[in-house]
Design a protein around this ligand. Structure first.
Ligand SMILES: *Cc1c(COP(=O)(O)O)cnc(C)c1O
Length: 463
């Protein structure tokens, strides 16, 4: 063994303790740190030729890279839909790396069993029936892509071909209908060879991002043959929800596949006050839920559920001499794009084990409360205009006068040390979004964000 590796091995408990203290100090500083520091990236350094050990690497990281890291784990990073990591989720993630399991088959199965237990807990959390089988993937984009891959195989089944075996050309043209599909749906269609052009945008209800079921029915009549419907539970601008029961009825009447993107909207199901929004999650044929957003596990983690694991295994099976037959409960290696991956379920297992349904419900309800309070602040500010009622955890707003993308970018820039917001376009207007999904966000943070917004709007030049 190289002497430096031997020295680090001998000092491992000490080195881990140093790293732990470092991580604790970083997390402790999140409240004071600039949310997104304005710093140029360090010059790339050459590959180290010689071994200098973990302590030296930690010193270099701390000096060169850490100062530029955002406080995305903290309470006022409201860009995208981000989430943080609960204490238990973080501990679970550390142990994932420490144990370094690649548990995708019954040849070494404990991790795979732990993932199945976790999927069972997630099913119960979201009120899904046992008919839904699940697996963990790296994020909602991958979850949507896997769901669409299963849908593609289902279309093949209806047309008497197998795209997994014969290639996607055997399938013929495909229509994927959606009201306000997330950008990751088009990406998934591109990856799967179905093509971005397969996505047909169906009109939404007036002043809404939810699909108009009557318009969807007309599109299904015109389509003449089985389609894929992509339903949305929680759109990113206004957190609008499609009428899932109406869409499931259309699915039954017209013989379609119903994929549901509920990346963060599914979490409405945790709160009796908001559960009606996500009513009907269980009716989907495939379902995408992100875990690194509102479950507050570290990146990267999402779950994908489906009622047709047999079709899923047809797409993702990895036939190899050393892996067993598929059987009724296929090994994970046959269900997801990866053949090898970390024990991704462990952080989710830890946070669910530590805080349960009750703890995660409290996070959801506090985030919604924060969004409502900020929504009221924005509505009351002269220079700003709320673009939608706050349906759940996102506040979508713009400038009351001259709402150009440049002026909004200047506003976001002026705010960045105190709060991070991301740009969007809603109903043709450039806008900003504040999305609440971090477990640490407290009423005091919401007050700070409101005060920072008021000050920044006042100081914004008129042109
Ligand atoms: C975030 C999000 C996605 C993509 O999620 P990633 O985890 O970034 O891959 C897809 N759909 C919706 C509705 C989302 O909010």
């Amino acid at each position: 063994m190289h002497p430096q590796l031997a020295a680090d091995l001998a000092a491992l408990p000490d080195l881990l303790e140093t790293t732990r203290q470092h991580a604790a100090a970083f997390l402790d500083g999140l409240d004071q740190a600039p949310v997104v520091p304005a710093r140029p990236a360090p010059e790339p350094a050459p590959l180290p030729e010689h071994a200098s050990g973990l302590r030296d690497a930690l010193g270099d990281f701390t000096a060169r890279w850490e100062p530029g890291l955002s406080a995305s784990a903290g309470p006022r990073y409201l860009g995208f839909v981000t989430g943080g990591a609960t204490p238990a989720a973080l501990a679970g993630d550390w142990l994932t790396a420490a144990a370094d399991q690649n548990s995708m088959s019954s040849l070494d199965a404990t991790g795979q069993h732990l993932e199945r237990e976790t999927v069972g807990w997630l099913r119960a959390l979201f009120g899904l029936s046992d008919a839904h089988h699940g697996a963990l993937v790296s994020g909602a984009t991958q979850s949507n892509t896997v769901g669409l891959a299963i849908a593609r195989e289902w279309l093949g089944e209806r047309r008497g071909v197998s795209p997994a075996e014969d290639g996607v050309a055997a399938l013929g043209p495909v229509r994927v209908l959606s009201g306000a599909a997330h950008s990751s749906i088009a990406k998934g269609l591109s990856v799967l060879g179905l093509g971005r052009a397969a996505l047909v945008t169906v009109p939404t209800l007036p002043d809404r991002e939810a699909v108009d079921p009557a318009a969807l029915e007309r599109a299904l009549q015109e389509a003449d043959g089985p389609c894929v419907i992509v339903a949305n539970a929680g759109t990113v601008n206004t957190v609008d929800f499609d009428d899932l029961r109406a869409l499931a009825e259309l699915r039954d009447r017209y013989g379609c596949w119903l994929h549901l993107d509920a990346a963060f909207g599914a979490f409405a199901a945790l709160s009796p006050r908001h559960a009606h929004l996500a009513d009907g999650l269980d009716l989907a044929d495939s379902l995408c839920i992100d875990l690194h957003k509102w479950l507050n596990v570290p990146y990267d983690s999402a779950v994908q559920f489906t009622r047709r694991p047999d079709l899923q295994a047809r797409v993702f099976q990895n036939a190899a001499a050393y892996l067993g037959p598929l059987g009724d409960t296929p090994d994970l290696v046959h269900l997801t794009p990866e053949n090898s991956r970390r024990l991704r379920a462990l952080p989710a297992w830890f946070t669910l084990r530590a805080y349960g349904r009750e703890g995660h419900r409290e996070i959801v309800e506090r985030c919604v409360e924060g969004a409502r309070t900020l929504g009221a602040t924005v509505a009351a500010l002269d220079g700003l205009r709320l673009l939608s009622p706050v349906h759940l955890n996102v506040v979508c707003f713009t400038l009351a006068t001259r709402p150009t993308a440049d002026r909004l970018a200047a506003l976001a820039d002026a705010l960045a040390t105190e709060v991070f917001l991301t740009p969007t376009v809603h109903a043709g207007l450039p806008a900003l979004r504040a999305a609440f999904s971090n477990w640490r966000t407290a009423p005091e943070d919401v007050r700070r964000v409101g005060a920072a917004l008021a000050a920044a709007v006042r100081q914004l030049p008129l042109d």
